[in-house]
Design a protein around this ligand. Structure first.
Ligand code: B4P
Length: 192
């Protein structure tokens, strides 16, 4: 199984590159951001709780997103592999993912981290905010909050994968196709 964790700050290009990777490697795409937005659009109880946090740029509680990922893994028993987009975002989420995959005799193959300077993140997200309708992309203060959450709670996940020798940084500035090419090289070197 090829299990890729696509890692990086908000706006680094995780969602964008995931779409290219799933078609190339026939992987199932698991984006916790998309799963949460789907709960919000359906007006579920979980969605209502998640919305108030996401609209403030704050992470949703670990147990909520871990439960969602577990459900999706169960629903795809014959997948060739998964791409985890925006998950794990905390060390407890990373530990939970290892446990879930280990229970199926599997593990994370590689964590690819997209490295992008903060000014570019802000620029990209504000631009997307003009058309996405996403409240969390609408103003710079909120984007600053998301980056602060990333620095405080998500950045330590990089150390977690470095400790397992599964971390690979990819410079995320430049043409989308060129970045995609670098990610594929990293994936193919690791899974060979
Ligand atoms: P996400 O949906 O994961 O959103 P994101 O961090 O903004 O990344 P996204 O994947 O959408 O953007 P991308 O970088 O591709 O999370 C939203 C919220 O949900 C979080 O703040 C949190 O509250 C909650 N949440 C989600 N997962 C959670 C978890 N596991 N635990 C707790 N809470 C969780 O792209 C951004 C823009 O850049 C796009 O417009 C794209 O077109 C552009 N772009 C991409 N690559 C580019 C390039 N090379 N050059 C120029 N522009 C580029």
């Amino acid at each position: 199984m090829l299990n890729i964790v696509l890692f990086g700050p908000p706006g680094a290009g995780k969602g964008t590159q995931s779409h290219n990777l799933i078609s190339k490697y026939s992987l199932v795409h698991l984006s916790t951001g998309d799963l949460l937005r789907s709960e919000i659009s359906q007006g579920t109880e979980l969605g209502l709780k998640a919305k108030s946090l996401m609209d403030q740029g704050i992470l949703v509680p670990d147990e909520v997103v871990i439960g969602m990922i577990n459900n999706k893994l169960e629903q795809n028993p014959h997948a060739a592999g998964f791409i985890f987009d925006g998950f794990p975002r905390t060390v407890p989420q990373a530990q939970a993912l290892d446990r879930l995959l280990e229970s199926k005799g599997e593990g994370v193959t590689i964590c690819v981290a997209l490295e992008v300077p903060k000014e570019e993140l802000v620029k990209r997200l504000l631009l997307r905010g003009q058309t996405s309708g996403r409240p969390d992309d609408q103003n710079e203060e909120l984007i600053d909050k998301r980056v602060e959450e990333y620095n405080n709670k998500t950045a330590p996940v990089a150390e977690f994968y470095k400790g397992q020798d599964k971390y690979l940084g990819v410079y995320g500035l430049g043409a989308i196709d060129q970045i995609f090419h670098k990610i594929c090289e990293a994936v193919e070197t690791t899974s060979r």
